[in-house]
Design a protein around this ligand. Structure first.
Ligand code: PEP
Ligand code: MG
Length: 753
């Protein structure tokens, strides 16, 4: 059963559109369970009915014609209860209604399973048996498991099919939901990015010159053939004749008409070589996937491997730089910082990814750069949207592909309102972040995620509150040396001098692995990360600290920050190493100074030890991104649980209060450098609590300043008092929205009305 399940899900995932997906489902499920009929009804919420969308066993002409009022009959009952119903004779059930036109009246056994996605019932999968039959527990769980796995594929296939049919004539259509990751409206043209040699991620694209594409493809196939020969010759001595036969099989596959002619005809049909190859390989692999013989089924992975090899050669030949349109919306399943940095800033108007969430590092980067972004848009068929017009609503996390004129017009208006707001905010650039009752709260910049000669926000910030040092480590193929690191740190220290620059020591691990430092961990966020790595590998830490201390010579604006602290022992050990690096440098004749040292409070354990930590260091900086993730047990990159990730959660607010109390006992200042600091709604809370400074991406600086300059500290304290009485994050957010709207600043967090 498990094997059939895996195969059915895989086939459905490869379907081109909804109709094909549903036909696969009904055909395969009927066969696997030995039922007489398998049908799928989908819920049509607009017209309030259940519609027969596919069947194997009932009359084919009933598809699309049989429509039941929502809530009626057994289908309605399964949908309403959102649980399976298993009856040996359906007609005896009080809710049974005979559906005419399908020939269903002759059947007795009935099993209906709801198809659910994100708590919403999308439809019902129904099995019928001519004789009386009570489906066994295994069969019920099989159908339920399948239905739960199919929901996503059904939504995806529906969107994909809709888009395939959609002409660029502005047919209005619904939006694709995702997660709000960076506020603002972006209207532009989709440029799809994908990891190299990842066949599934290759988009469809119209070729400029089909003949050249064909030539490239043929050349790539020849290259792979040569690779195979070379490899065969090299391994001949180590392999048996039987194993060597594998190479012949690969050659046969590589030279087969299915592969060559299939791809060439797709290129003449209007796709570029990589897209045509993707489709051909998927079709070819499917044939093997469907075979009953386990050995032959395994050949599907050989076909995919061959596809990857050809793609690799194709990409090597065609690695021309991407031409970004004037209004680029960068789209991908996963988008890297490097891919973002490759787009000239003035051309980048939006970022959309099918995975991740607002709190993942790409979200942080987008906010820092002020680029509207939606993440976790899981229904977006990335491979089909290259070159289409798109709208990204970064306030609500929505995406429109080829929007109709009404949608486009409305968003154009919102984008203009946004631009007006941005202009208005510019007038604050040289004004202090001071409340109406005269309380000053320095605003600092978070930077370092991408390499920029002049990061945005230099002028409007009071310095750097968080310089993330991971980038130079991520972009290389080995650890950077002391001199290379020093150059990097010197640049940022000089750029902001005499304003302070807080440099954080290396925080790799979690969602920032290093390609040359492999870590295989079941739970990377709970594993070897940040200070845990650098204390275990003191040579990495010492090199970095030496580079940082040397970079600051003569500037005196350095502050040093330690990430992921969960015990006082880690701080003691790190302080000893810093002292050692300092003393050694002095001995070597460098005029280094001991900078103020701080720790990040981002692990719940550190919250409860703030006092002991504060005693050891000069300042504290709260990393609300990780603190929220660890307090609420919600992976900040996982879109399935993104709804639960919420910085207004009462537990997060109480943790912040606890940190401030602990720090106060030793007179230490507390800064907040997580994303919460750049959220204009949270300004009320952080100001009310008495946080000493805020550090954020460039996109938040003027928005937060606007709030600070519009309210008094007394008002912030009042809002905080009420917030602390709320029992859930939703109530806190509503309260903050009301407070922001009361000072006329609602547009800072939602598009104008
Ligand atoms: C945080 O966790 O809030 C933080 C600022 O660090 P990072 O986002 O780099 O983990
Ligand atoms: Mg962190």
């Amino acid at each position: 059963m498990l094997e059939s399940l895996r195969r059915i899900v895989q086939e459905v995932n490869n379907a081109q559109d909804l109709e094909q997906a549903l036909n696969i489902i009904v055909g395969r499920v009927k066969q696997a369970v030995g039922a007489d009929v398998c049908s799928v009804y989908l819920n049509d919420f607009e017209n309030h009915r259940h519609v027969l969308q596919a069947t194997e066993g009932l009359r084919a002409d009933a598809v699309g014609r049989v429509r039941l009022e929502m809530g009626r009959g057994l289908i309605g009952l399964v949908s309403e209860r959102a649980e399976p119903i298993n009856l040996d004779d359906a007609a005896n059930h009080p809710r049974y209604e005979c559906i005419i036109d399908t020939g269903e009246e002759r059947y007795h056994g009935f099993l209906g399973a709801p198809i659910i996605q994100n708590r919403k019932v999308l439809g019902v999968l129904v099995l019928r048996q001519r004789r009386r039959r009570h489906f066994g527990e295994d069969e019920v769980t099989f159908v339920m498991t399948l239905a739960s796995q199919l929901a996503g594929a059904i939504t995806f296939a529906r969107t994909s099919g809709e888009l395939a049919r959609l002409q660029d004539d502005g047919i209005p259509q619904r939006f694709l939901p995702g997660l709000a990751a960076s506020p603002g409206i972006g209207i532009g043209m989709a440029v799809v990015v994908y990891p190299p040699a990842d066949l599934n991620a290759v988009p469809d694209r119209r070729p400029d010159d089909p003949d050249a594409e064909m030539r490239d493809f043929r050349r790539a196939v020849d290259d792979v053939a040569r690779d195979l020969d070379r490899f065969a010759a090299r391994t001949q001595v180590h392999l048996s004749a039987e194993d060597m036969a594998l190479f012949d099989a690969w050659r046969l596959m590589l030279e087969s008409d299915t592969l060559i002619d299939g791809t060439l005809s797709r290129i003449s049909g209007g796709n570029w070589a990589p897209g045509a190859l993707r489709e051909t390989i998927a079709e070819h692999a499917k044939v093997f996937d469907n075979m009953d013989d386990a050995y032959l089924r395994e050949r599907a992975s050989d076909v995919r491997d061959l596809g990857r090899c050809i793609l690799m050669h194709l990409q090597n030949q065609t690695a021309a730089p991407i031409q970004y349109p004037a209004q680029t919306i960068l789209v991908g399943d996963e988008i890297s910082a490097m891919q973002i940095a490759d787009v000239p800033r003035e051309r980048l108007v939006g970022i959309v990814s099918t995975t991740g969430s607002g709190s993942s590092h790409v979200g942080i980067l987008a906010r820092g750069m002020g680029v509207p972004a939606a993440m976790g848009v899981s229904d977006l068929p990335v491979s089909r949207i290259e070159g289409r017009e798109m709208v990204v609503d970064g306030y609500r996390g929505r995406v429109y592909v080829s929007p109709g004129p009404a949608v486009r017009f409305e968003y154009q208006r919102l984008a203009e309102d946004d631009a007006a707001l941005t202009n208005e905010l510019q007038t604050l650039r040289h004004l202090p972040a001071e409340t109406t009752d005269g309380y000053l709260i320095p605003l600092y910049l978070n930077t370092g995620l991408v390499s920029e000669a002049r990061p945005l926000g230099i002028e409007e910030s009071g310095g750097v509150g968080l310089y993330r040092t991971e980038l130079p480590f991520i972009v290389r193929d080995s650890f950077p040396g002391e001199a290379a690191q020093m150059e990097n740190y010197r640049h940022v220290l000089e750029l902001f001098a005499p304003r302070p620059v807080t440099i954080r020591t290396l925080d790799i691990g979690g969602d920032k692995p290093l390609p040359y430092f492999p870590m295989q961990e079941a739970n990377p966020f709970l594993g070897w990360r940040g200070i845990r790595i650098t204390l275990d590998q003191p040579e990495i830490f010492l090199t970095q600290v030496r580079a940082i201390l040397r970079a600051a010579i003569g500037l005196d604006n350095l502050r040093l920050l330690l990430p992921m602290i969960s015990t006082v022992g880690e701080v003691d050990d790190a302080l000893l190493l810093i002292q050692r690096a300092h003393d050694e440098l002095l001995e070597e004749g460098y005029q280094v100074k001991m900078p103020p040292i701080g720790v990040m409070i981002e692990v719940p354990a550190a919250v409860y030890q703030t006092e002991a930590l504060a005693r050891r260091v000069d300042f504290l900086s709260v990393g609300t991104n990780d603190l929220t993730q660890y307090l609420l047990a919600v992976d900040r990159n996982n879109p399935h649980v993104a709804k639960l990730y919420n910085e207004y959660h009462p537990a997060v607010l109480r943790a912040l209060l606890q940190i401030l109390t602990g720090a106060r006992l030793h007179g230490r200042e507390v800064s907040v450098c997580g994303e919460m600091a750049g959220d204009p709604l949270a300004t009320f809370l952080l100001l009310g609590m008495g946080v000493h400074s805020l550090s954020m991406g460039a996109g938040g600086l003027l928005r937060v300043k606007r709030v600070i300059r519009s309210i008094s500290r007394a008002r912030a304290r009042e809002v905080l008092r009420v917030a602390l009485e709320c029992e859930d994050a939703g109530a806190v957010r509503r309260l903050l929205l009301d407070a922001l709207e009361a000072v006329g600043l609602g547009a800072l967090v939602r598009p104008g009305k």
